[in-house]
Write a protein that binds this ligand. Structure first.
Ligand SMILES: Cc1cc2nc3c(=O)[nH]c(=O)nc-3n(C[C@H](O)[C@H](O)[C@H](O)COP(=O)(O)OP(=O)(O)OC[C@H]3O[C@@H](n4cnc5c(N)ncnc54)[C@H](O)[C@@H]3O)c2cc1C
Length: 393
């Protein structure tokens, strides 16, 4: 089949949270949009077990409000948290953040990926966008005024702007020949849902213990979603423990702050790799979300950075009759602003991991001193917290 003589303004490949948000934003500004996703359409059921959880910052929540989906996402087991406690197992270093003290409504929200994706897809259904779940592409044809995406079922989608939102191993990025710098952390993130003896107090808890970083994120039903990053061999050992031994190891790894771990869900683990694409666009193709960058989950910022890409692309990409959504000026402005911001976050995470991970006595005492100083100084705390909350935090 030939390409339609009238290409779409924007074709998004990858219908995860980032791709679905781009597609929705583009459709709402009057663009003709198609969304291609290799998996089935996401469906969320209130009765289903909790799966992958992310923390959203205020800037991400503002984007979801702008797209008209924030309320629906929060109604689907989303949960606000008002405090954060971050401490070090090997020194007296401890940082606490409080929404009231910082003058913000909340420090963040825990949401389930599936709830976010399903809500965005439902909102897309109310637009003119063409949704293509269960669909794969096989070839690209680069033309001066568009890119033709050849699908496996022989249809061809013409795209004035082709958005690669196809995840960390982005096949589109590879096909475009955009090099990516990889930084393997030689670590895995073990995730599970647990219930604890003491209530989570609407607080996000995080304990550093050299190369182990453990986060307990508060959920709406009183349980916590955990992300436990640790060296690969340790993670494999932890995955093999029976539930009772896992619960005991987890209790100790959190220094007993929430008491006994009373129940644990099945566990999963992800290999942790930092990535940064050397360019975020090539011709009419642009990268967003994990296709452009991935970072260590220690600050829970991966999805927030992806949603920040979406906000910036929607802001810069020309809309309205006769405008070209892939204008070279807009795409290079997007690359400049997002690459710098994401690189800064990637390096900050490296520094934080090194600072908390080092057992050198000098670093350990500097760490205790520095962190205590930050904790005592409200202005510094505001600085760190507002960075994590995002530009509109
Ligand atoms: C252990 C762990 C914990 C994390 N915790 C947090 C957190 O607390 N807060 C946070 O902000 N971030 C967190 N992150 C990061 C976050 O999960 C990711 O940054 C985010 O999911 C990226 O979204 P995305 O839409 O860019 O990519 P993905 O969610 O990977 O979506 C990509 C989509 O593209 C589709 N796709 C791939 N190839 C094709 C193809 N050829 N054709 C069509 N479709 C295709 C896939 O099926 C998928 O639906 C965490 C990550 C890890 C590993």
């Amino acid at each position: 089949m030939k390409a339609s003589p009238d290409p779409f303004d924007c074709v998004v490949v990858g219908g995860g949270a980032v791709g679905a948000a781009v597609a929705l934003g583009m459709a709402q500004t009057g663009h003709r949009v198609a969304l291609v996703e290799r998996k089935p359409r996401p469906v969320f059921a209130d009765t289903a077990p909790v799966t992958r959880v992310a923390t959203l910052n205020a800037a991400s929540m503002a984007l979801l409000e702008h797209l008209g989906v924030a309320e629906s996402v929060l109604r689907r087991r989303g949960h606000a948290f008002y405090r954060m406690a971050v401490w070090d197992a090997n020194s007296s270093a401890e940082l606490t953040f409080d929404a009231d003290e910082l003058g913000v409504p909340a420090l963040g929200w825990t949401v389930e990926h599936l709830a976010l994706e399903a809500t965005l897809w439902e909102a897309l259904e109310a637009t003119e966008a063409v949704l293509l779940p269960d669909t794969r592409w096989r070839a690209l044809d680069w033309r001066p005024d568009r890119i033709d995406l050849h699908l496996e079922d022989r249809r061809v989608l013409g795209a004035r702007l082709l958005v690669a939102a196809d995840g960390a191993e982005s096949p589109l990025r590879a096909r475009a020949g955009i090099p990516v710098r990889r930084h393997p952390y030689h670590a895995k993130g073990v995730v599970a849902t647990v219930s604890t003896r003491f209530p989570h107090q609407d607080t996000a808890w995080q304990r550093f213990n050299q190369e182990q970083i453990l986060a307990f994120l508060p959920l709406a039903d009183g349980r916590c979603s955990i992300v436990w990053s640790q060296p690969e061999f340790d993670a494999e050992d932890v995955l093999e423990l029976d539930d009772a031994s896992f619960a005991a190891a987890l209790r100790d790894a959190l220094g007993g702050r929430l008491g006994e771990i009373e129940s644990v869900s099945p566990r999963a683990a992800w290999e942790l790799v930092g990535r940064q694409a050397q360019d975020y666009s090539r011709g009419r193709l642009v990268l967003v979300g994990d296709a452009a960058h991935t970072i260590h989950p220690l600050a829970g910022q991966g999805l927030n950075l992806g949603l920040a890409d979406v906000r910036e692309l929607l802001r810069l990409s020309p809309a309205g009759p006769g405008s070209d959504p892939a204008s070279p000026a807009a795409l290079s402005a997007y690359t400049r602003s997002r690459r710098v911001e994401n690189e800064t976050m990637l390096r900050s995470m490296e520094a934080l991991r090194w600072l908390f991970g080092s057992s050198l006595p000098l670093v350990a005492s500097a760490r205790a001193l520095g962190v205590t100083q930050v904790d005592r100084t409200l202005a510094l705390k505001r600085f760190f917290a507002l960075r994590a909350l995002g530009p509109q935090g």
